[in-house]
Design a protein around this ligand. Sequence first.
Ligand SMILES: Cc1cc2nc3c(=O)[nH]c(=O)nc-3n(C[C@H](O)[C@H](O)[C@H](O)COP(=O)(O)OP(=O)(O)OC[C@H]3O[C@@H](n4cnc5c(N)ncnc54)[C@H](O)[C@@H]3O)c2cc1C
Length: 286
Amino acid sequence: MTYFRPHNLDDALSWLADNEALIAAGCTDLFAQTRSQYLGGNTGRKLLDITAIDEISGISKSDEYVRIGAATCWSEIIAADLAPSFEGLKAAAREVGSVQIQNTGTIGGNLCNASPAADSVPALITLDAEVELASPAGRRVLKLQDFLTGAGHTALQKDEILCAVLVPQKSTGGVSNFIKLGARKYLVISIAMVAVRLEVAENKIAQIAISVGSCSAVARRLGNIEQLLKGAPCDINLPKAVGAKDIAASLSPIDDIRADADYRIKAARELVIRAVSQLLDGEKSA
Ligand SMILES: Cc1cc2nc3c(=O)[nH]c(=O)nc-3n(C[C@H](O)[C@H](O)[C@H](O)COP(=O)(O)OP(=O)(O)OC[C@H]3O[C@@H](n4cnc5c(N)ncnc54)[C@H](O)[C@@H]3O)c2cc1C
């Protein structure tokens, strides 16, 4: 096997351009796929290990963005000093496998693997996250929703590396929450998950972003529910306001071994109500 572990991004990009290689970060997804014919069988492929490239790791802040390097692992994100609007992302990070998985699995790997059940995606969508991609031709920035093109599919080109997740500072207001439903408490692939970011002003919901994962090929924002709740008083009766039909209108859940589509819609509705209620309760007592 040919294995290359460069220390800077330019070396990584030029090697990738000359070698049809598989990019390896924490390998928590890749390892599981290595022997499986069904998942593509990676045995024998050239490997580009990106974990020694400092410039794509760690978290930094500028006036414009909070920048999370693609090779940043979940434990670093959980421990980072970030605004309350990142609590949803941190809660999602705590749900990724076990502590051992969080110590090695990266945010970039989670996005590039593009599972419909990737825990980071709903929270990142509520933060209007973008991704920065680099190739020998230069860099480009895409909205996360445009990067994730389907289950297991992204807009990443063969000669590109995902460098960072960019969260616009203008989308970091308020507080956030994340709730995941699985068949058990730990080490579980979600049946449905919900992320919410909320801003309250004068006892009303001033801004709200809601997204649901595991109920469509790519996690989706619930624009119709956001419109419904924007401007509503903080004591709104959520079970009355949020109907299953409103939830179903934005999603396309599948029937699978974990749950059928109807159950997923009901679960997503309940999670939306709980996630928003918890944030509103927190704001009342603040
Ligand atoms: C036991 C177990 C439990 C898990 N539980 C969960 C869970 O609860 N929730 C969840 O969301 N995930 C879970 N996962 C999946 C996995 O841990 C996460 O998706 C993790 O974030 C993947 O990161 P990684 O660095 O290990 O990716 P890798 O396995 O190294 O890579 C994954 C994919 O992304 C590509 N890639 C990685 N980084 C880049 C980059 N910077 N640029 C371009 N391509 C790149 C790789 O080529 C590969 O295709 C679990 C995995 C295991 C083994």
